[in-house]
Design a protein around this ligand. Structure first.
Ligand SMILES: Nc1ncnc2c1ncn2[C@@H]1O[C@H](COP(=O)(O)OP(=O)(O)OP(=O)(O)O)[C@@H](O)[C@H]1O
Ligand SMILES: [Mg+2]
Length: 439
């Protein structure tokens, strides 16, 4: 017997018993009155008295029963209201996005977390077809619903859902059956955003892949270095011998190919470098100036204009490996020089930012990066420069260097307008500087 049936029985039993009690009290009172005041009454008077007694008792009983039933109903309504409020409250505070829908996928409940996660307001989705299932996941959901109906709940599965902009993202989903008192079947879907978890997992896989690739690359590069140098030397000797000979053009091409191979090997070694870093306080403005002056011939060859604004950070230091810092700025300057047209502009700006960080912006007015390429530019070996021109390792090395120094690198770009790289590094503060109190 379920709770409602038990409650109903209990209600009727108390109503009957209390009505019998009321009737017994009324009759006893009546008997006492009769004994006291109508002992000598004649038959007709007694007859009227019985009729009146019958009518009054029935009226009293009806009033009693009516009041009792009404009171009970009010209590049940109040209880129902409270339990609804409790259930709503639970739904609202639930950290997971909760959607309750029937077997035709019409939404009947939608909590605040679901509003936040999917961007659909409750008013928008109530009574509507569940809007968060991407078309390619509809068959999967149908399978889940069949499984749930067969009594096997779906717990913590990873799948995709889409938000109000139609953007798909990873969620962890649990699906449970929900049966209402009057027999309707509902499904309770609880989802949580796992984008960050998936991203970290992918990053971890990437790191593992890179680590093994790095080991392999280091070995290969190491073995290629010596024969490459020997080949280059031999070609240069041949060039000297047949200066204007028939093979001069071929030798030039061979030389530039070998230079690229050497550059590639160098980059591979930098990328897979496992040597310990030697971090010392470095004045960032001076490091940038020295790298820029090193690039003067390339800048001149391209008739580029380089605007350097580092005065804001004069005297500011970062704790870094000098060689790595120079490699970092060389990679970024190289990219900017490759991207600009002859006569183009490059700007390097530095400033301090809170909390105790330093930002370096390296901007150019070059070709920019296509939006489709942007997500891949930090991937090792991703290049748009064509075979024999770019290794695609520059930005991957730059990112490794930044991570190694507790900093970060990001890039903004607009095709045909230019690119800006933002580097953020923690400032080096000596203990003396930290305890220094302004006068
Ligand atoms: N300043 C920039 N302007 C336009 N595109 C850029 C810029 N910096 C990077 N890119 C794009 O990002 C890609 C990856 O750059 P990365 O430095 O990793 O490799 P690369 O420059 O192609 O090769 P390498 O560094 O060995 O010369 C480039 O091929 C280019 O498409
Ligand atoms: Mg590069």
């Amino acid at each position: 017997m379920d709770d409602t049936a038990r409650e109903r029985r209990w209600f009727w039993a108390t109503l009957m018993l209390s009505s019998i009690t009321v009737a017994a009290v009324v009759f006893s009172a009546w008997e006492l009155l009769e004994n006291r005041f109508f002992r000598g009454a004649d038959y007709i008077t007694l007859h009227y008295l019985y009729i009146t007694r019958g009518i009054l008792s029935s009226l009293l009983l009806a009033i009693w029963a009516g009041w009792y039933v009404l009171r009970q109903r009010r209590r049940s309504e109040e209880e129902l209201r409270r339990s609804r409020e409790r259930y709503r409250g639970l739904l609202e505070v639930s950290p997971g996005a909760v959607a309750l829908y029937d077997d035709s996928w019409r939404v009947t409940e939608w909590n605040a977390a679901a509003e936040r996660l999917y961007g659909f307001s409750k008013a928008e989705v109530l009574g509507q077809f569940l809007p968060t299932v991407p078309p390619e996941k509809e068959a999967e959901l149908r399978g889940f619903l069949t499984q749930v109906e067969a009594g096997r709940p779906v717990l913590d599965v990873e799948t995709l859902r889409r938000d109000h902009r139609g953007i798909c993202f990873e969620v962890q989903l649990s699906l449970l059956p929900f049966r209402e008192a009057f027999g309707r079947n509902f499904f309770l879907e609880v989802t949580g955003d796992i984008r960050e978890r998936v991203r970290l997992r992918q990053r971890l896989l990437e790191i593992e892949k890179l680590a093994s690739m790095g080991q392999m690359a280091a070995g290969t590069a190491h073995h290629l270095n010596t024969p490459l140098a020997a080949m280059l030397l031999r070609i240069q000797m041949m060039q000297e011998r047949s200066h204007h000979g028939p093979c001069a053009g071929d030798l030039d091409r061979l030389e530039s190919g070998l230079h690229f191979c050497q550059h590639f090997v160098q980059r591979l070694l930098e990328f897979s470098r496992r040597a310990p870093v030697d971090k010392q306080p470095q004045e960032i403005a001076r490091t940038i100036e020295s790298v820029v002056s090193f690039f003067a011939p390339s800048v001149l060859a391209k008739r580029a204009r380089v605007a350097l604004e580092v005065s804001q950070v004069n005297g500011q230091q970062v704790l870094a490996d000098r060689n790595l810092l120079e490699a970092l700025f060389s990679i970024l300057l190289n990219n900017a020089l490759d991207a600009i047209a002859p006569g183009g502009a490059i700007s390097i700006r530095c400033r301090t930012i809170a909390p105790a960080h330093l930002e370096v912006q390296i901007g150019d007015d070059g070709c920019g990066i296509a939006p489709a390429d942007l997500p891949h530019i930090f991937e090792p070996f991703f290049t748009t420069k064509g075979p024999g021109k770019g290794t695609g390792l520059g930005l991957a090395i730059a990112r490794n260097i930044m991570v190694e120094h507790g900093g970060s690198v990001r890039l903004e770009s607009e095709p045909l307008k230019g690119t800006t790289v933002f580097l953020e590094l923690p400032l080096y503060r000596t203990v003396a500087a930290e305890v220094e109190v302004p006068a």
